[in-house]
Design a protein around this ligand. Sequence first.
Ligand code: GDP
Ligand code: IMO
Ligand code: MG
Length: 430
Amino acid sequence: MPITILIGAQWGDEGKGRAVDWLASSADIVARYAGGDNAGHTVALGSEVYKLHLVPSGILHENVVSIMGNGMVINPVNLVREIQSLREQGLDIGPERLVISSRAHIITPAHVELDRARELALGDEKIGTTLRGIGPAYLDKTNRAGIRTGDMLLDIEVFAERLSVAVAATNADLQQQGLASLDPTAAAESYLEAADYLRPYIKDVSIYLHEALKSGKRVVCEGAQGTMLDIDHGSYPFVTSSSPTAGGALTGLGVGPLFVERVIGVAKAFSTRVGGGPMPTELNGEIADRLRGTGANFWDEYGTTTGRPRRCGWLDVVMLRYAASVNGLSELMLTKMDILSGFDELKLAVAYQIDGRRHDYPPVTNEQLERAVPIYESLPGWRDDITGCRALDELPGAARNYVKRVAELCDVPIRSVSVGPEREQLVTIF
Ligand code: GDP
Ligand code: IMO
Ligand code: MG
């Protein structure tokens, strides 16, 4: 059964890009199934650092076909820009290596403006979105008013007309909030160029994958965002508007569940979150600053898409346990273990105390989650630099103990631990 689904087990930015890059070395296809250019997946390869927003991380492997699924929302202008910039970094990208679903939805300039308008209107209550138009695009999709990538295959005049109508329709909303209107014709123009460029890449992805799976090809489904940002299972409304969890991979690509063999959850060895919403283990002060880094390194905790500093705290096992359950994780991968080197003591949030009661899973309302006091278990830290470790027995005892304890507390085996951002900085455990 040749599908491996890779999911972010926290609030996004767990290191999915580097995890997919690792899995892609034994895959034929890497397929993104949700989200859009709100994602920022970093893959470091020697002196090059690739920051992928829409293009799947499999693109770094010559023999892998990268697929963008129907569950995605795609800004065609930004996609063309990304393809061109990856080409400038030396990657060979053409329609034989990148396939775009004809059923994905298009993010229009109106969606981007509406995202901004909505966040402005929410004021202090804002979600802290990436302002890429993600929410408004999914809203049009479910409202059955969206424009799809397959529409770029239509007569170009028809596509232009659809875009102009969609942009003009949002001008009333923008004006109501005191924002400038968009010129529907100008907005359509840049999209026509992008449509021309992308047309050869657009195919029926579900059929493509079905044929590939039947002939024994191995597929890695690349999650974007994370479990706690899922529209159904995350800390609603502080979520994205798609389904990053395991079920989303099936609907977001049009493949059946019987092909799935592994569901890997990627979790950072500590917690980070960018944007608003509750985060029970959030810290402020020296520990958070150490976890975040100063921004001098590309792997420090500053958003790949927006540059915003990420909120940091100890590992929240309550959330991980929940992610294991929601996604049916078969295994976990722990990333950024190297960042924990040098602490005397490390803490794991093993449960929450809310209004005098112990919770082993997150409560459903944000009001309760805001009141959650983590119950911490303390573990000894380690001093050694672990960035050169490649096998479990090379890790210091305290690091091995940390990995073992997290696996026990989530009841999911940890089969890989990354100790640096580079491809080979990985400890695999069998
Ligand atoms: P994604 O959105 O889940 O793909 O994660 P991001 O790319 O947004 O953020 C993860 C960051 O951590 C990236 O800069 C990675 O290069 C970096 N990273 C991943 N694994 C490791 C690791 O084991 N150690 C260190 N130091 N950095 C890592
Ligand atoms: P990757 O794939 C971290 C967050 C935003 C905001 C909320 C809604 O790199 O892990 P949106 O623009 O989607 O409407 O924003 O979701 N968010 C992410 N946080 N990593 C991401 O992607 C994210 N994509 C969206 O910060 O809180
Ligand atoms: Mg990211």
